[in-house]
Structure formats: C-alpha cells, structure tokens
Design a protein around this ligand. Structure first.
Ligand SMILES: Cc1ncc(COP(=O)(O)O)c(C=O)c1O
Length: 399
C-alpha cells in the first residue's frame, strides 16, 4: 500500500503504545506496574460527570457549533480571566477534541513549508510530528539538565533565524516537569515581540505545580506578547477528563477563525455531551483540582524518595505535571548477565525493565533525550514503592 509521504514521515505515539502494552499484559493476568501512562488515575469530579449525564437525559446529543457551544467558549473566556488574568472575547476561542486536536489545528493553519518551529528538548512526543505533518521544520533546542531543564531566553536566541515562525512552550513540561521561571518567560516574551515570532503556549498541566510555584501564562505578560501567543488548555489533566476529549485555544481572532474553518472539515465540534461536562468542570467548584494537585505533590515526594535509593539513578526534582525524568545513562554499556545483551539506550533499558521487573516506563529517546526515562506517577503510593523497588532490583543485576 502506498501511504502518503506526509504520514510516512511520522511515528506513532510511543506513550500510547506503551500504555496499551501495559494494559494488555495486565489483561493477561501479568502483574505489571506501568509508569508509562499520561493520565490522572482519579475520577472526573462528580458535578462534571452529572452534567454529562444530564446532557444525555435532556437530549443534548446533536451537532453543536463547530467552535464549541457559546456556553463552552464563554466558560473558557471566564476561566482564562479567573485563573490567568487574561481577557479574551468569545470569537478568540475555539474548543476541539482535546488540546492535541487544538495543537494540530494550529499547526495546520499557522505553519508552512520552510517555516522553522522551535521545540525545546526534552519535548512532548507530539510536537515534532505535528510540525512535520504541517510540512514545516522542527528546530530543536536543548535545555540543560543542570538548570532543571528550564528553558532560557539565551537557548532560544541560539537557534533563531529569519525563518523562525514560532516557539512551542510547555510549562509545566511533559516529560521533565520543568516550570519556566517568570523572569525567563518575560525575557522570552520580549524576544518574541522583538524578533516577531509566535508563541504556542501549551498549558495543559497549568494547575499541577509544586513547592508553592505558581503557573504564569506568558500571554499575561503584556498586550504585545498576548497578540502573538496562542494559549492552549485542556480539561484532560486538570479535571481528570482525558476520555471526554475537550481542549481549547485562545488567541488572535484571524487564526482562531482559520482553525474553526479547518475543524469544520475534519472533526467538527467536540462531543456535545463532553462540552456540557467541560462547562461544569471549568465553572463549578475547583476543590477537586486542588485535592488532586496535593495528592500528586505527595506522590512526587514519595517517588523521589524511592528513586533516590537506587544507586546510579539521578533525578532533577520536577516542579509540575505528573512525571519525573531520571537520568539512567550510568547503566548504559552494562550487560543483563555474563552473556546477556548490552544495554545501549533508553529503549533497551525499558525493554529490559518490562521483561525483568514487570515495570514499564517511556524511553527518554522518544522525548529527544536518550539518557533518561519518563516515569509517570499516576499510581498509588503502594504501586510507586513496589514499582521502584522492582526497578532497583533489576538495575542492580546489570553488570
Ligand atoms: C504536554 C501535553 N499537551 C497536550 C496533551 C494533550 O492532551 P489532551 O488532548 O487530552 O487535551 C498532552 C497529553 O498527554 C500533553 O502531555
């Protein structure tokens, strides 16, 4: 079968593939602990679930406006004002089937052949692929592990060219949990204004920050930077609503309008029922959000403590999201036994850990950093402890 050149240039999402593998092993009765997932293990708050049920009961089950209902777009406007100090009008907002769809729409309407899109490394697996699907060129810029993987203005400056169209920001970051300091955000905002490139600010993990760090949306740092920023958000991680598929973007009207036009020929509006649930989540009590954040903070502490007991593993403490990104390169070059296979990469190590320890993680290579593994802590305290003990025992056997 002759597949299109477009799709031949991308690879499938490794995180989804590993999550599926872990689920399959669990279904076969294998006791596997998965650090590979990317979704909260909590229930969607009751009031949001109820709003979905009520939508079905009331027969709110037809197509809605392509950009989302007025009620949902207004709820997003209200949320951006309440939480981020941002003022938008309804027609500067679009809702889609998750923020992944929003980002895809944005890539398709904003990026073109010969455009360079700066992506800080380590990155969420989807950004480079969406940039390639749009026929643009991803330009990778490393962040330093010694600096907690926090992006600096000088990193961006190094790779700027006249063809730079946009910079993708993701703070808090998947996979590192890094949160960009406000001073650097200001410096990056000034650079974007000076050098006239756009900012795509993926804020999917905005409510998950630790150690009293507060999330700041780069768009809130002034009217000039706001005019070149697309703020992307989602109900997925904030409200444990990954399966409902609702995300949104806010930004300059002209581009939002193009995204709506594109969406009108691809997915149309997000699910009507999910939109009702998303409105309830965004406007209702935010108590569950803080409860989940606090629980993730406890889990992070627990994970770092147990990770710290594994000789050879080092880990920059994540400041947000629900991932840790430990450096495991000390094990490269070691063998799984006297005649065993050599571990040469994060992918080799993940394969070994699944076989030997019944523990899954995602290879750092998938995020552009082969020295690391991504561990998600969307697990109970007990699973975190047990999983890391297993991992520690398996790593100890490497010679
Ligand atoms: C950084 C980041 N952005 C966006 C998404 C997409 O989330 P959703 O499409 O569920 O809104 C994810 C999901 O893993 C993510 O990690």
């Amino acid at each position: 079968m002759a597949l299109s050149r477009r799709v031949r240039s991308i690879s499938p999402s490794s995180t989804l593939a590993l999550t599926a593998l872990a689920k399959q092993m669990q279904a076969e009765g294998i006791d596997v602990i998965s650090f590979a997932g990317g979704e909260p293990d909590f229930d969607t708050p009751k009031h949001a679930r109820e709003a979905g049920v009520q939508a079905i009961r009331e027969g709110f089950t037809r197509y809605t406006a392509v950009a989302g209902t007025e009620q949902l777009r207004d709820a997003v406007v209200a949320k951006l004002k309440r939480d981020n100090g941002l003022e938008y009008a309804r027609d500067e907002v679009i809702a889609s089937a998750g923020s992944k769809q929003v980002l895809y729409n944005l890539a398709m309407v904003l990026f073109d052949k010969r455009d360079e899109i700066i992506i800080p490394v380590p990155y969420w697996v989807t950004y480079p692929e969406q940039v390639r699907l749009a026929a643009a060129t991803p330009v990778f810029v490393s962040t330093a592990e010694e600096e907690g993987f926090r992006l600096k203005r000088r990193d961006v400056e190094r790779v700027l060219t006249p063809r730079t169209k946009a910079l993708i920001l993701n703070s808090p970051c998947n996979p590192t949990g890094a949160v960009i300091e406000t001073e650097e955000l200001k410096a990056i905002a000034e650079l974007a204004v000076e050098r006239e490139f756009y900012l795509v600010s993926d804020e999917a993990y905005e409510t998950l920050t630790f150690d009293d760090i507060k999330h700041v949306s780069i768009a809130s740092l002034g009217e000039e930077v706001k005019a070149r920023t697309f703020v992307v958000g989602s109900v997925s991680k904030t409200y444990a609503m990954t399966g409902w598929r609702v995300g949104y973007a806010a930004g300059p009207k002209e581009v939002i309008k193009a995204m709506i036009d594109l969406q009108s020929h691809s997915t149309s509006a997000p699910t009507s029922i999910s939109q009702k649930a998303a409105v309830a989540a965004l406007l209702g009590s935010q108590e569950a959000v803080e409860a989940m954040r606090a629980e993730f903070e406890r889990r992070r502490h627990h994970l770092l403590e147990h990770l710290g007991r594994i000789p050879g593993v080092t880990c920059v403490p994540p400041q947000g999201a629900f991932y840790a990104f430990p450096n495991v390169s000390a094990f490269y070059g070691k063998r799984t036994g006297p005649r065993g296979r050599k571990i040469n990469s994060s992918t080799d190590l993940v394969g070994y850990l699944i076989r030997e320890a019944r523990v899954t993680a995602v290879p750092g290579a998938d995020f552009g950093s082969d020295k690391h593994l991504r561990l998600s802590y969307c697990l109970s305290m007990e699973q975190i402890r047990e999983g890391l003990e297993r991992m520690g025992r398996a790593l100890e056997q490497l010679r």
